[in-house]
Design a protein around this ligand. Structure first.
Ligand SMILES: *[C@@H]1O[C@H](CO)[C@@H](O)[C@H](O)[C@H]1NC(C)=O
Ligand SMILES: *[C@@H]1O[C@H](CO)[C@@H](O)[C@H](O)[C@H]1NC(C)=O
Ligand SMILES: *[C@@H]1O[C@H](CO)[C@@H](O)[C@H](O)[C@H]1NC(C)=O
Ligand SMILES: *[C@@H]1O[C@H](CO)[C@@H](O)[C@H](O)[C@H]1NC(C)=O
Ligand SMILES: *[C@@H]1O[C@H](CO)[C@@H](O)[C@H](O)[C@H]1NC(C)=O
Length: 454
């Protein structure tokens, strides 16, 4: 075949253009892979395929993720861990998290009943809401998008009450009056120490019922109230998680919201040291249940309903997802902290006061992690930020989110109204330090975590 010189030149040019095109394709493929398959994405191991959808919808895996979630954060129930997970999900997906106004501190002015006045205007309209509040359905429904999914979490009343009693021992007057801080003495004659209308009395009786907006002091004999209250909670909340079966609850949550495994990874937050926990002597659990009868009823109902949902999903399927979750979690911990896991320290040993978890007065000892000093080597700042956020205590994370959302809000506001006054343009320092030296300091700061699930 003969080609004229000009034809050869044309063909060569076409070939080199093709080469360039292929190189570009290759580069973008690699960068796409690097971008998405980086440090913290795990092979899904056909995660979507094994388990049938909880809802009748045929293709859970292809359904878009639900992004509008109201999580009622209850007290002493592993809810801080859930909040951290939701904060991270929101940041990854550019969602807005409703946060409290400064006057409310990091909670929505708990124990007052929630109203939208407690929500910071820079965090509206929200996709997610998760900070402590006393539940108010009507007000939340006005605030949140109409396809919002409601979720909460409960804990077994015996261990929960023991935890409340020890955690709030010096704050709640009903507990403070008890001689020798004895749980037995309190349960022997609760009405001797308990005052229903006193400050912090919600920690001393039916705390879950109170958080859910109910009447903690309804007598146990008012069975109709208890039944109606449980039915109402059942109607409003699509999922009631159970702290004792946290990973199983997360599997249900993942299916409910069509989320990925990556979306439910967590590190346990907010724990006491072993020495400040105690096991209950025989007879105490039933006294606790009698004193907190509304909570006990809620717990029994929703524990049963959780197990019905798990069995509908299939025990083998649930077990498999739990296994995958724990394996992914192990890998994540190793990527973040290497072989040397962070050392647990009690709060009193943590030097930096600003980052120390809230430490109740008395015998309770809250633990935090002492992070290895030289972990920052070999981390991209992106993965570093994830590791940091995974273990960031509630108050600090709330502050970081509020700053970054305010910044976004102001940017958008400026785009909409270019002639606004200068005062709104002040830069706010929000993000975690990016500079390598500063990042190292972050790790040295003994980032304290407090864990509230026991
Ligand atoms: C979030 O917003 C950033 C910046 O506007 C954008 O680059 C990114 O793609 C967005 N991510 C998602 C998941 O929407
Ligand atoms: C939710 O609100 C949108 C717009 O406000 C409306 O179009 C839609 O029908 C509503 N959906 C439901 C289920 O109420
Ligand atoms: C409190 O504890 C002390 C020492 O353990 C004991 O002697 C005392 O009787 C206790 N008081 C009550 C009211 O239980
Ligand atoms: C929760 O329900 C399951 C299934 O009925 C039961 O086996 C388990 O003991 C219950 N857990 C608690 C803490 O009551
Ligand atoms: C830093 O890391 C190396 C291993 O990567 C370890 O041998 C060394 O002891 C660490 N140094 C400190 C101060 O922790």
């Amino acid at each position: 075949l003969f080609l004229s010189p000009s034809a050869v030149a044309v063909k060569q040019r076409a070939m080199s253009q093709k080469k360039i095109f292929l190189v570009i394709i290759a580069i973008s493929t690699v960068s796409l892979l690097l971008h998405h398959g980086g440090h913290f994405s795990w092979p899904m191991e056909a995660f979507h395929l094994g388990c049938p959808s909880l809802r009748s919808h045929p293709a859970t895996g292809l359904k878009p993720k639900s992004t509008n979630v109201a999580f009622l954060k209850t007290h002493k129930t592993a809810s801080t861990t859930m909040q951290n997970l939701l904060f991270r999900f929101a940041e990854r997906n550019n969602l807005t998290v409703a946060l409290p106004v400064q006057a409310c501190s990091h909670q929505f002015c708990y124990p007052r009943v929630f109203t939208s006045h407690f929500v910071h205007p820079h965090t509206m309209p929200p996709n997610i809401i998760t900070s402590h509040m006393r539940f108010n359905k009507a007000e939340l429904q006005r605030l949140m998008p109409n396809d919002t999914i409601y979720v909460t979490i409960l804990r077994e009343p015996g261990s929960m009450f023991e935890s409340l009693f020890s955690y709030y021992n010096q704050y709640c007057q009903s507990f403070k009056r008890v001689p020798n801080g004895s749980l037995e003495a309190f349960l022997e004659e609760p009405w001797r120490y308990y005052r229903p209308d006193e400050k912090d009395s919600m920690y001393a009786r039916n705390t879950l019922t109170f958080d859910l907006g109910g009447d903690k002091d309804r007598p146990a004999t008012d069975v109709a109230y208890a039944r109606a209250f449980v039915a109402e909670v059942d109607r409003v909340f699509s999922l009631v998680m159970i702290a004792e079966y946290f990973d199983e609850s997360l599997v249900l949550l993942r299916h409910l919201l069509s989320w990925d495994l990556d979306d439910i990874l967590y590190v346990k937050l907010n724990m006491r040291t072993l020495s400040s926990k105690r096991s209950l002597s025989p007879g105490l659990p039933s006294k606790i249940r009698a004193w907190n009868s509304l909570d006990a009823r809620l717990y029994d109902h929703f524990n049963a309903s959780l197990w019905r949902q798990l069995s509908a999903l299939g025990p083998a399927c649930v077990a498999r997802e739990v296994r995958l979750l724990r394996r992914a979690q192990d890998r994540l911990m190793k990527s973040c902290f290497g072989e040397q896991m962070p050392l647990l320290r009690s709060a009193s040993q943590i030097k930096n006061k600003d980052l120390r978890p809230w430490q109740p007065i008395g015998k309770v000892d809250i633990v935090g992690y002492d992070l290895p000093v030289n972990l920052s080597h070999g981390f991209s700042s992106q993965s570093q930020e994830l590791c940091l956020k995974l273990i960031m205590p509630e108050v600090q994370y709330t502050r970081v989110l509020l700053r970054s959302q305010s910044l976004n809000y102001r940017r958008n506001y400026q785009l909409r109204s270019p002639q606004q006054p200068r005062t709104l343009q002040q830069p706010i320092r929000t993000v975690l330090p990016r500079h390598q030296g500063e990042i190292k300091n972050c790790w040295i700061l003994n980032l304290a975590i407090h864990f509230d699930q026991d």
